[in-house]
Write a protein that binds this ligand. Sequence first.
Ligand code: SF4
Ligand code: SF4
Length: 91
Amino acid sequence: MSSQLLGWRDLPIGAVAFLSSKEYPTGEWAVFQPKIDEKKCIKCGLCWMYCPDGAYRWDGESVPVPDLDHCKGCGICEVECPTKAIQMVRV
Ligand code: SF4
Ligand code: SF4
């Protein structure tokens, strides 16, 4: 295995990341990032629950905050947010 990490453009179609984002920060290659409209957020925590990389920080009461160093920009949180408070924006 090469010791040099590949960028997302170098990966073949269907490639699967073999490390979690905890060990493999995504902030340098993510194309989209979630932006939260705090006025629309009802603090339900679904974004925190559904994020496949555990990228959201949430204390159970406040508006969840995505850690953009570990968000891969998949958009699942945007789809699952019941109030459309999350919008994926191009980096
Ligand atoms: S899913 Fe949407 S409404 Fe619920 S906590 Fe996250 S941003 Fe707020
Ligand atoms: S875009 Fe994907 S990885 Fe980033 S915070 Fe939302 S669900 Fe998590």
